[in-house]
Structure formats: structure tokens, C-alpha cells
Design a protein around this ligand. Structure first.
Ligand SMILES: [Zn+2]
Length: 110
């Protein structure tokens, strides 16, 4: 997906408790040992989404729209939890992310 396509559903910036959060899109954060979908950094108040993952042969596999949305919400929940100093686990954050993506995908306005 191009930056323009991704930016139709992923913001560039937003505010949480008066801190500006920047959302960057980078090419690839994975290496031989770790597949990285995205990252939240409290120090720089930045969410980074990676456009490509790497398979076991080193091929670049583009994240789908659904994966990018899920990754964005996953990192957003890390952000929320960190600002409130709430305990968090990867499974809690991923469960919330999955529910948020399903919620957005299934909203009906009648
Ligand atoms: Zn995580």
C-alpha cells in the first residue's frame, strides 16, 4: 500500500492527555529473528508502523490494511496503558486491538 492509501485510515498525529503522538510509516522493522509489525515509543511519543514484514527467506511481505489497522490499535493501546501506568500484557493489548478493528469494521449507522 502507498502512504496515501495508508493515510486514509491511519492518522499522522493525534493527542492523548495533551501529548502529541506522531504516527510514522517505515519500510521494514523485522530482522532474521523477529517479525516487527509496529512499535510504540513513550520517550518520543511515536507509533511506528512497518509497511513490510520479512518471511523466513527474507522476502518482504506487505502488511494488509487489516494488519496495519490491527498493528495501529495494538500500539495505540500500549500508548494508552503507558500514559496511565496501567499494567499491560501483549495478550491484553492484542485482544483490545482485535476488538477495536472488529468494532470499526462492523459499525452500522441506520
Ligand atoms: Zn505489543
Amino acid at each position: 500500500m502507498t502512504d496515501k492509501e495508508i493515510r486514509e485510515f491511519i492518522p499522522t498525529k493525534f493527542k492523548i492527555v495533551n501529548h502529541t503522538i506522531t504516527v510514522k510509516i517505515e519500510e521494514c522493522g523485522s530482522d532474521d529473528t523477529l517479525i516487527k509489525y509496529g512499535q510504540w515509543c513513550m520517550a518520543t511519543t511515536t507509533i511506528t508502523l512497518y509497511r513490510y514484514l520479512l518471511d523466513d527467506k527474507g522476502n518482504e511481505i506487505p502488511q494488509t490494511k487489516e494488519q496495519l489497522m490491527s498493528t495501529f490499535y495494538h500500539e495505540l493501546f500500549h500508548c494508552f496503558f503507558d500514559f496511565q501506568s496501567w499494567e499491560q500484557s501483549e495478550s491484553d493489548v492484542q485482544a483490545l486491538s482485535n476488538m477495536m478493528v472488529e468494532y470499526i469494521d462492523t459499525m452500522v449507522f441506520e
